[in-house]
Ligand binder design. Structure first.
Ligand SMILES: Nc1ncnc2c1ncn2[C@@H]1O[C@H](COP(=O)(O)OP(=O)(O)OP(=O)(O)O)[C@@H](O)[C@H]1O
Length: 295
């Protein structure tokens, strides 16, 4: 368990983090989500030990402090060297040597899907390949705790899927993963628990299932030329994508009602559908803004 207590971080006038309190259980994938400039990287860097001048405390309660792998937001590779040499370098810094180091380079190359480019110079790699190698470098010493800061920024869909598979595999091995992103759908797909960070503060935290139950409800989405009067007697949550989102504890019934009204009034909506609650809706309920509008 990692306990973060009353952490504050300033960069001159900017209060990047304010009174951060969080508990991150071992063995979970824990997401930090929030818009650009929210403070995610600052918190990640403090946890990774890269930023040391902060107020507050970080306590790791396991008997043996976990070994740490940090994947920074910026790609930290030597581009004039090969994938193998980069992995070799990072493995060596982590204390690997001899047969073990050679074996681990091979294993990681396989895990990140770059065995066939092992001896190519990094400068010839795509953005996604560099990102995968960047992650591989952090995994050379098989750390118990892996901290990743926006590892999928600028990657192609194929590399993104590969990165997701790697994270799922790390989860299966029982590793603790801290994953910062401003892509809500990534957090929803990969993480067990999440902290919403906005303006340097934790807005809310908890298990994704609990947050969805507490702050979001099923809804019906309708898009089309509907009479404005309809908006008065239904529970409109949000105007979205040129349509309207109606909250309902019985969305099937509401869907039927809206369909019937459309038929009666000869209205053909371009979309009428059930919407399951999403993490994005939780963020909207908590902050009054959609994350993609703030990003
Ligand atoms: N080295 C720095 N010097 C001055 N201000 C900084 C520095 N690093 C971050 N900040 C400021 O601190 C605040 C939080 O930034 P941080 O990078 O932690 O946010 P973030 O949520 O990770 O954003 P992004 O998703 O854009 O990386 C921002 O206002 C940012 O401008």
């Amino acid at each position: 368990m990692i306990t973060i207590q009353n952490v504050n971080k300033r960069y001159k006038e900017t209060r990047a983090l304010q009174n951060i309190d969080l508990s991150i259980p071992s063995g979970v994938c824990y997401g930090f989500v929030g818009p650009n400039g929210a403070g995610k990287s600052s918190l990640i860097k403090i946890l990774a030990g890269v930023v040391k001048d902060y107020e507050g405390s970080i306590h790791v309660s396991d008997a043996n402090p976990p070994s740490l792998g940090y994947v920074p937001q910026e790609v930290c590779l030597e581009e004039t060297l090969s994938a193998t040499t980069n992995l070799h370098f990072y493995g060596k810094i982590q204390g690997l040597k001899g047969e073990k180091l050679i074996r681990q380079v091979k294993t990681v190359l396989d895990d990140i899907g770059l065995t066939n480019r092992a001896n190519s110079k990094v400068k010839t790699f795509s953005g996604g390949m560099k990102r995968r190698l960047n992650i591989g470098c952090a995994l050379m010493h098989e750390p118990d705790l892996v901290i990743m800061d926006e590892p999928t920024v600028g990657v192609d869909p194929q590399s993104r899927l590969h990165i997701f598979q790697m994270i799922r595999s790390l989860k299966q091995q029982g590793k603790t993963i801290i994953y910062a992103s401003h892509y809500m759908e990534e957090i929803e797909e990969l993480c067990d628990e999440v902290a919403f960070i906005d303006g340097g503060k934790i807005v809310e935290q908890g298990s994704i299932d609990d947050l969805l139950t507490s702050y979001a409800q099923p809804a019906v989405f309708i898009k089309g030329d509907i009479p404005k009067a309809w908006l008065d007697f239904e529970n409109v949550i949000q105007q979205k994508d040129g349509g309207w989102l109606f909250a309902s504890s019985n969305p099937m019934q509401l869907l039927g009602k809206l369909a019937q009204r459309c038929e009666e009034q000869n209205i053909m909506p371009s979309q009428l559908s059930l919407m399951q609650p999403r993490l994005e809706d939780v963020f909207f309920t908590l902050t009054g803004t959609a994350l993609r509008d703030t990003a």
